[in-house]
Design a protein around this ligand. Structure first.
Ligand SMILES: [Zn+2]
Length: 425
């Protein structure tokens, strides 16, 4: 991805650096050749060349670009789970994924970790974004996800004879788990996404208290993935699945819904981050009836919501790390609504806005594996910045108002927001 040429100065706003400290009221950010060289009080800013580009934050906020830590670029706002796999051919879903990536960037998300993709679309989408062919967040790709046969993601009936090959690599036993990871190594993913547990969405045989993989399968996934320098994460609802994942050596957890004392200790021991993705549950409870969800499914989502919120509070209070991401891409939880997750964590879970902003920036970048160059506004890091005409520290809801975004920048280049196109390069 090309960085900006020359110097850019952003001032006349408060600066939130992503580390969780109080905002600097009269802040200034200086970016040189795409990298931050200064982030602090305007009075202390270095002198810049006369031809530097100046961006006025208009009394608003200068903050790091947001990171969506559980992004499904190929989920195209489907109204039924099955549509994720067979509704359209891969060619069309690739175009939809590209449109979703563009939207995410316009929503202030300058980086994202894929939580799984149809075929290998996210790997190639990442390349297209890196080469500036299409706009989108800097991506970490996951490709197809791994699930035990008969588990949550194995829904196409046998009589159709089509398997789940587009979306999921189904495994029976440790050997097949290793084989699936080796396939993903060739595909070029960075994260291996697995399904240790079921979910409220499949109330009958794979609900949120069931397991979809054995410990042996999960351990084989981790050993093989780590051998090839890939990281492993997994959809973890049930306590037993969380425990299996942590003992198997997972690098992050998705949801970590029903954490108990033992699993919390295991999580803290290796500082494993978790991405709760809670607004999805709320949206499912609220809008489920109009999308034909059964009462059992809705009740399950309510239980997941409450359990997940309690686990998130406990993890953060105990010094653990949370990433913000939301499983967006369903009709009742569509792409573009990403920042609803942030407001939900303030309003329902009870976190402070500054805590949520750190989860959505610094921790997200750490989960991506790029904490050294993304996620905070500090010298040496890439100029991935969100400039917003408002104060998300007192009202985090404003991050849902794209018309308030003055600039969404990657490497100092303005990619979206009101200032788009005005900057010389
Ligand atoms: Zn997901």
């Amino acid at each position: 991805m090309k960085s900006a040429v020359g110097t850019t100065v952003i001032a006349n706003g408060q600066l939130v650096d992503g580390n969780g400290g109080e905002p600097i009221p009269d802040g200034c950010l200086v970016i040189e050749h795409g990298r931050i060289v200064f982030a602090g009080e305007r009075d202390a800013a270095p002198t810049v060349p006369a031809d530097a580009t100046r961006l006025d934050a208009r009394g608003g906020t200068i903050m790091p670009g947001l990171v969506e830590a559980h992004f499904h670029p190929t989920y195209f706002n489907v109204a039924a789970l099955e549509d994720l796999d067979i509704k359209y051919p891969v060619e069309y879903v690739t175009l939809l994924a590209s449109a979703n990536a563009k939207l995410a960037l316009e929503c202030g998300y300058t980086a994202a970790r894929s939580g799984g993709s149809l075929f290998n679309i996210d790997v190639w989408l990442k390349k297209a974004i890196e080469e500036d062919l299409v706009p989108g967040p800097r991506l970490a790709a996951s490709g197809r996800e791994i699930c035990g046969a008969g588990g949550l993601m194995d829904w196409n009936p046998e009589f159709r004879k089509i398997g789940m090959e587009g979306l999921i690599l189904l495994v029976n036993g440790a050997d097949e788990a290793r084989k699936a990871v080796r396939k993903l190594v060739k595909d070029g993913v960075e994260w291996v996404k697995t399904y240790p547990t079921g979910d409220a969405a499949a109330a009958e045989v794979n609900d949120h208290h069931t397991l979809c993989m054995t410990f042996e399968e999960m351990h084989a996934v981790v050993q093989t993935a780590h051998n090839h320098n890939l990281k492993v994460t997994g959809h973890c609802r049930a306590t037993a699945g969380i425990k299996n994942a942590l003992l198997a050596g997972y690098d992050s957890l998705e949801h970590a819904t029903f954490i108990d004392n033992e699993t919390l200790d295991l999580l803290l021991e290796r500082d494993v981050p978790s991405v709760p993705a809670l607004y999805f549950e709320q949206a499912s409870v609220e809008l489920g009836p109009q999308y034909g969800m059964s009462q059992a499914v809705i009740d399950g989502h309510q239980e997941t919501l409450e359990g997940g919120a309690e686990s998130a509070r406990r993890i953060l209070a105990a010094g653990g790390r949370l990433g913000m991401g939301g499983d967006y891409g369903f009709a009742w939880n569509p792409h573009g609504d990403y920042a609803k997750e942030l407001a939900f964590f303030v309003d329902y879970v009870g976190l402070k806005p500054l805590e949520v902003l750190t989860c959505a920036t610094r921790t997200g970048a750490e989960i991506l594996g790029r904490g050294d160059e993304l996620g905070t506004l500090e010298p040496g890091k890439l100029g991935d910045v969100l400039v917003v005409a408002g104060d998300p520290v007192t009202n985090i809801e404003i991050l849902q108002q794209r018309d308030l975004f003055l600039a969404v920048m990657q490497g100092g280049v303005i990619k979206a927001g009101r200032e788009t196109g005005e900057r010389k390069e």
